[in-house]
Design a protein around this ligand. Structure first.
Ligand SMILES: [Cu+2]
Length: 421
């Protein structure tokens, strides 16, 4: 309580004024086996009294355990035409001590939400703290995390409110996932899903296959694995090998809906029409800015767009695009002009038929195309082979040409560059 920030105080005051009950600022207790100081990072070594690591191994440390701490709240992002947009979202508070999570988590919504990257076999503890909406103190919405398409063994951790637990303001829940199926997934909040997803509670999520960790020299049906080689799936033949990977999340905002939310007006669900098409939370030309975008002034310096959409590779390399669509209004088609797209996975599954005898690999169902079309909730794994591609700048863009715009800006939107050196 002594760390109650001015923002938390503001929130509490707003509740008092509205005659609601003040949410008890419950103590935040994260769960992360091997974490000794509550920052959701497992500690390989025991800690000295000053908090620094000693040279004594921590007996509870397990390299197969990974942890993360997300906040759920609100914030702002910059659109490519310079406008600031109010949003709901997840922020990354991993590494923040428990007693500072409320203050650091407020106004830390990011778009897309913090990227989650795991390895097959990991046991993952995801702590979620609902820090409340600073700009909408009248709201007391709970939030959840839902991994879309993930074979979750327990509905309790699936984040669907009807069959799971929703996290109220000031509360924290630890989700547990045993990650046994590699592939490209996506995650979002499932509370009042159309609203919270339109408002921006969407993120990239993918799991790398165990085949990456085979011993060097292993023969994969004629393809020799070497240390550091990476694959999209456990393909058994090296056919999903790639050199560099990029998550690309298709999304779009309806500015009228966001404005109505910010100004506490009725939300135009039936009139939803997105006017800011984006890749990884940015419209062109912001998509090609490397690293984080400068946060809008309203965000008080907190970075809210950390994931660039710029795709870079050297000639001859194979690029894996982990494409997902979490848009709530429409389908989008993405095209790559000049570089063929080989689709090797769909909805977190290798595109391959069943094995006829349990030993012989099934038939490859990979296909080559120049464009892919995804509706909300779909994911595709696409490999761009640059062996026969001249160095230069290529485009990944939507062929829904009216979405090559940032609101009234006649040019921009859902487009990024593929730079081959
Ligand atoms: Cu939510």
């Amino acid at each position: 309580m002594k760390q109650l920030s001015r923002y938390a105080a503001l929130l509490a005051m707003a509740f008092l004024l509205l005659g609601g009950s003040v949410p008890a600022m419950a103590q935040i207790l994260v769960q992360c086996p091997g974490d000794l100081n509550g920052d959701s990072i497992p500690d390989p070594f025991l800690l000295l009294p000053n908090g620094k690591p000693s040279n004594k191994p921590n007996p509870e440390y397990d390299p197969g355990v990974k942890c993360m701490h997300l906040s759920a709240g609100d914030g702002y992002i910059s659109m490519a035409d310079g406008r600031s947009m109010y949003m709901f979202g997840f922020g990354d508070v991993t590494g923040i001590p428990e007693d500072r999570v409320m203050e650091e988590g407020m106004m830390s919504a990011a778009f897309p939400a913090p990227t989650i990257v795991l390895d097959e076999g990991d046991r993952f503890y995801l702590n979620l703290t609902n820090v409340g909406m600073m700009m909408r103190p009248d709201l007391f919405d709970p939030h959840t995390v839902h991994w879309h398409g993930f074979p979750q063994a327990s509905s309790v951790f699936d984040g669907v409110p009807d069959a799971s637990i929703s996290i109220n303001m000031g509360a924290t829940l630890t989700y547990f996932y045993h990650v046994v199926e590699p592939g490209t997934y996506m995650y979002h909040c499932h509370v009042e899903a159309t609203e919270h997803m339109q408002m921006g509670m969407l993120g990239n999520l993918y799991v790398r296959p165990a085949q990456n960790r085979l011993p060097a020299g292993q023969d994969l049906n004629g393809f020799i694995h070497q240390a550091g080689y990476t694959y999209a799936y456990n393909d058994g033949d090296g056919s999903t090998y790639y050199d560099v990977e990029y998550p690309i999340q298709i999304g779009s905002f309806d500015s009228a809906f966001h404005d109505a939310s910010e100004s506490v007006n009725p939300l135009p669900f039936a009139l939803m029409r997105d006017d800011y098409p984006m890749l990884n939370g940015r419209g062109y030309p912001d998509t090609i800015v490397p690293g984080s975008l400068t946060p809008p002034m309203e965000n008080m310096g907190r970075v809210s767009q950390p994931v660039s959409s710029l795709i870079e590779a050297s000639q001859g390399q194979k690029i894996l695009l982990r494409v997902s669509n979490l848009n709530v209004t429409r389908f989008y088609t993405l095209a790559s002009l000049g570089i063929p797209m080989k689709v090797v996975g769909y909805n977190a599954r290798l595109l391959r038929g069943p094995s006829p005898d349990g030993i012989t690999p099934g038939k490859d169902l990979y296909y080559t195309t120049h464009s892919v079309t995804l509706g909300g909730g779909e994911a595709l794994d696409v490999i761009l082979d640059t062996a026969d591609v001249d160095p230069g700048t290529y485009f990944l863009y939507t062929t829904n040409l009216n979405y090559l715009s940032n609101d009234d800006d006649p040019f921009g939107g859902m487009m990024t560059e593929i730079r081959i050196q």
